[in-house]
Design a binder for this molecule. Sequence first.
Ligand code: GLA
Length: 365
Amino acid sequence: MKKYFASGRVNLIGEHLDYNGGLVLPAAITLGVTANFNPRSDNKIILRSATHSFSKEISIDDEIEFNAKNDWTNYPLGIIAQLRKENHAIPACEIIFESNLPEGSGLSSSAAVEVLTAYTLLSQTESKINLVWLANFCKQVENDFIGVKCGIMDQYSVALGKKDNALLLDCNKIHHDYIPFELDDYRLVIMNSKKPRSLIHSKYNERKNECDEALRIFRTTNSDYQNLCEVDMSQLNLLSDEILKKRVRHVISENLRVKEAVKVLEMNDLSTFGRLMNASHASLKNDYEVTGIELDTLAETAQEVKGCLGARMTGAGFGGCAIAIVHQLAIEGFKNRVSEKYVSETGISCEIYETQIGNGVTELF
Ligand code: GLA
């Protein structure tokens, strides 16, 4: 048996910018998904999970199409279908997935399963896998097979994350740099809202369509624009629709915040980084409108706790997780305060855990 691991990710700052050609600053975390790979001598592929009862068995050459009934296995099935289309050899095998990453919580469990499946299968026949290619390949499967018009951020961070580093990804050039993320006495804390994210795919695609529409309007005055992050704040008044204006204001201001965030991280100025996180959350709440009472309660309560430098939602929003940077000595008080306030405001119990920044996809020995 061989074992492979793909991490989840948090996005430190730069939200909803990847599909707008902007800068994002995610990091792989040490929670993730493990694939246990066993070759088979027949012609079957069996997909199982240690956490889900649903499993799927297909023959190597079966037609594969998206089907909601296939539940979580749509992710590995989409990868298998696309690898086959691109003429990669797929071995008969059983893959058992095991995860310690909370699912559906905005920590990219689906990107982790996609990247992990592709990496595991390709590792059987290829000695060196191009990880940038892998990230793009998996993103395309999410877009075309699963039907979510996501950008490249999640698959890229799961594939190329690096321990103790944030990944500054330019989603226009598809180019990355590692930015050391040193927390000293502070800790990166994840707050899971535990809010079911049933509408997330349609809401996410709605935001993407709004941005596409805004870009189309800007291009009527300047056809050189390739993406929304090239537009300047002074041009907002070209938009008459107030909703589109707010969406674009978030996109432009968030891209500037990422640039600033990188500068202050390079100076080791975590306090200013924390303030940028707070501003990012406010913009996602007021202009991009992807937070909701759950994420607002978590982030805004966290921001008020002494010892917390900053807090914001992370990922797509509409439920899922928020993150905070908290002094190690303040963590216990932080957990109590945020949990109490959250349950009293929403009636839901949240989960709060410290996390570390880890490496991207890899074989485990
Ligand atoms: C989801 C998507 C990403 C990105 C974030 C928002 O995680 O999969 O591509 O757009 O939302 O920043």
